[in-house]
Design a protein around this ligand. Structure first.
Ligand SMILES: *Cc1c(COP(=O)(O)O)cnc(C)c1O
Length: 393
């Protein structure tokens, strides 16, 4: 199997050199904007590119507010605080995620509860969530969901849109509403992915994005909080040291965070955002080519669900079993084609192994079988470049 895949990938990317999983691409105005920040001296915590980046991101996602942060983990930390997560709370998430999701929960002094994913979306399962809540919790008269056994508050639920594929948002919105649990979406991987025409990260009370170097677009390091006007204001305040506006006095009215995105990084972000739809077009073309190539083989390609548009950030296959997975990983990596397994389940990591969890059979099944394939954007450089409507300068 790996021979056919190696041939296909080499042919598609047109190179005999090493092929990475995902390389960033700077084909637009990145240099112009970054140099502009240097020439203006506004490289740091104040500058016009931060406002412009936030503005353009509200146009793109349809979120009323977008607040840029220093990275995606910081965005999640603040999102959880604004969702009311406190020391001792429980926060539901999936075991199949990047460790940052759980770390942000831990920063709040809360504890993750791991609920299974669906095999088709790789995201948190609404059915498994409903079942765990039914069996283990009750909705008290004060409107707070607590565990039956020990009265722990279940404050929030953080689904993650794995590799860009939207989770079952209708189901998750319904179940979290029924149990009065705050829905916080970790949309770090799903910028440009839509569920029934609405951008991922805008379904819950708050959502977060990441612009790390390996994501679909990058600011070097960076993240964003998507929220309504009121929570967005709070997010801006908390991420900028909680300083009261004043011409010269330093007045801070609560313990704030220095989580703002530097102007230098926002400049890069503005240029990348102008190309985002081109990137997604290229990702989707590659996904279609993989799907075509792999049909009829023993590798099952993970495709978008009906009513969804996935950004196909990382292309994904499911192998027949662990032995087939190991062989595919070995064969490709040996030949300079970078492929990777999925993360170890969070409940297998030392610091989270004591956490409560539901039945995790889908996550365990996927952990042994999932492989990510090279997914870099291959741009048609002859294509006409224009600044898309969602970007203002
Ligand atoms: C990348 C990522 C994050 C956090 O991103 P950083 O910007 O690297 O802090 C959070 N959750 C998921 C699922 C991610 O993939």
């Amino acid at each position: 199997m790996s021979d056919q895949l190696i041939r296909f990938v080499r042919d598609y990317f047109g190179t005999n050199e090493f092929i990475p999983l995902h390389a960033p691409i700077f084909a637009g105005r990145e240099k112009e904007y970054v140099v502009d920040t240097i020439e203006s001296t506004f490289v740091s915590s104040v500058g016009a590119y931060v406002d412009r980046f936030e503005q353009n991101m509200t146009s793109y996602t349809g979120s009323p507010k977008a607040v840029a942060t220093v990275n995606g983990t910081a965005a999640l930390h603040i999102a959880l605080k604004l969702a009311g997560v406190q020391t001792g709370d429980l926060v539901i998430t999936q075991p199949l995620t990047f460790v940052a999701t759980c770390n942000a929960i831990a920063y709040c002094g809360a504890e993750p509860v791991f609920i299974d994913v669906d095999r088709n979306t790789l995201g948190l399962s609404a059915t498994a969530l409903q079942q765990w809540l039914q069996e283990n919790t009750k909705l008290d008269a004060d409107g707070i969901c607590r565990t039956r056994a020990d009265g722990r508050v279940v404050r929030a639920c953080v689904p993650m849109h794995t590799f860009g594929h939207p989770a079952d948002l209708d189901g998750l919105v319904r179940v979290t509403f029924d149990w009065n649990i705050a829905l916080v979406e970790d949309a770090a991987e799903s910028l440009g992915s839509f569920y029934k025409g609405q951008h991922t990260g805008t379904f819950g009370i708050i959502g977060t994005l990441s612009f790390n170097g390996n994501k679909i677009m990058t600011t070097g390091g960076g993240g964003m909080i998507l929220a309504d006007a009121a929570l967005g204001e709070r997010a801006k305040h908390l991420t900028t040291t909680a300083k009261k506006p004043h011409p010269y006095e330093y007045i801070h009215d609560e313990v704030g965070y220095n989580y703002r995105l530097p102007n230098l990084n926002a400049a890069l972000g503005c240029a990348q955002l102008e190309q985002l739809e081109l990137f997604i077009e290229a990702k989707r073309a590659l996904a279609a080519a993989y799907q075509d190539e792999l049909s009829g083989t023993n590798l099952a390609f993970v495709s978008e669900q009906e009513d969804c548009r996935s950004n196909y950030w990382l292309n994904t296959v499911i192998c027949e079993d662990k032995a087939a997975r190991d062989e595919l990983l070995r064969g490709t990596n040996q030949h300079g084609i970078m492929t990777r397994p999925i993360w170890a389940l969070m409940n297998h990591l030392g610091m989270y192994q004591h956490c409560r969890h539901g039945d995790l059979s889908n996550s365990e099944w996927l952990e042994k079988r999932v492989v990510n394939l090279p997914s870099s954007v291959k741009l048609d450089t002859k294509k006409n470049r224009y600044v898309p409507r969602y970007c203002n300068s």
